[in-house]
Design a protein around this ligand. Structure first.
Ligand code: PBG
Length: 330
């Protein structure tokens, strides 16, 4: 649309009242757009705050179920589980990752029996189980690809077996989507969806998450040999194309706020279900500023999330999810 010259066109006419502004609002945010990432741990009746994520705690499964029920009643359709694995169970061979009775798989079963309508998403990567904090096996100082993919497939199958609705491979190994999709088909899990962490960048914004799952202090080196260089856009789009061609149903861009250009490019180029992860560091910086009284917390929370919708995302993983849903209701 080319506006008429001033004064025939005065763009402020439609900003004059709240009703006018709402009539011409282009994008909307609803609880339906949200996936809530939740940290789980062993124990009973435990809620353990995470210092670098104000307002977020590691929850024992009983507390997690209560929180999930609340979130579901606020209209949040999906929860994404991240385990704080007992430190004694972290090894270089990561067997706990595909143990059918590990913390995540027990949580999936509990959720599906108590709240069958809530979608349960999981994370596929070895870092919460790995002695050295990496997403893949480390052999002679290198993160090996193909051996890791075999382990990730076992991990994903165990989660599907436990009842997960959506699998989220976050490891950035090559070939994992195809291998996982074929294995799911072969094992009778053809309805399990894959939301691939397709465009996942080697970011500094994951710091508080690594504290939350207890992998940060263990991490040797960085993840730059498998996650994408933050300077690269074409490479990110190539990763998305590759994952879609291998059988991903939905794709994710991660982190979110510093990568909205990638979200828009993915939606425009592939027209597929597109998600963003507003990661731990993004949440932490908004919360820290709000707690200091430097920003209006609710306002920037809602503004940061509508930005994802404007950038073309169908939904967002956000630690703010229940607070957003409550704010939208109020
Ligand atoms: C691990 C994983 C990470 C996140 C989700 N899955 C961290 C990483 O890659 O180091 C980050 C989420 C967040 O920061 O909120 N595979």
């Amino acid at each position: 649309m080319t506006p008429a010259p001033f004064p025939a066109a005065r763009l402020r006419r439609l900003r004059r009242t709240r009703a006018l502004r709402e009539m011409v609002q282009e994008h909307g945010l609803s609880a339906r757009d949200l996936i809530w990432p939740v940290f789980i741990r062993d124990g009973e009746n435990v809620e353990e705050p995470i210092a670098s994520l104000p307002g977020v705690s590691r929850l024992s499964l009983d507390r997690m179920l209560k929180a999930a029920e609340q979130a579901h009643s606020l209209g949040i359709p999906a929860i994404c589980l991240f385990p704080y694995t007992d430190q004694a169970l972290r090894t270089e061979t990561c067997e706990e990752a595909w143990n059918p009775d590990n913390l995540t798989n027990r949580a999936i079963r509990a959720l599906k029996s108590e709240l069958p309508d809530m979608m349960v998403m999981t994370d596929i990567a070895l870092d919460p189980y790995n002695a050295n904090g990496h997403d893949g096996f480390v052999v002679d100082g290198e993160i090996v690809n193909d051996q890791t993919v075999e382990a990730l497939v076992k991990m994903g199958l165990a989660q599907a077996e436990a009842g997960a609705d959506i699998l989220g491979p976050s490891d950035m190994m090559d070939g994992r989507i195809g291998a996982l999709r074929m294995a799911l088909e072969a094992e009778g899990h053809s309805d399990v969806a894959i939301l691939s962490y397709a465009a996942k960048f080697a970011s500094g914004f994951y710091g508080p998450f690594r504290d939350a799952v207890g992998a940060g202090a263990r991490l040797v080196g960085d993840k730059a040999t498998y996650q994408i260089n933050p300077a690269n856009r074409e490479e990110a789009l190539a990763c998305v194309a590759r994952d879609l061609s291998e059988g991903a149903d939905m794709v994710m861009v991660k982190p979110g706020m510093p990568y909205l250009d990638i979200c828009r490019a993915v939606k425009d180029r592939f027209q597929c279900p597109t998600f963003a992860y507003q990661v731990s560091g993004e949440y932490a910086m908004l919360m820290a500023a709000a707690q200091n009284g430097w920003l209006d917390g609710d306002k920037v929370m809602l503004e940061s999330l509508i930005a994802f919708k404007r950038a073309g995302c169908d939904g967002v993983l956000s630690y703010f999810a229940p607070r957003v849903a409550a704010a939208l209701k109020g």
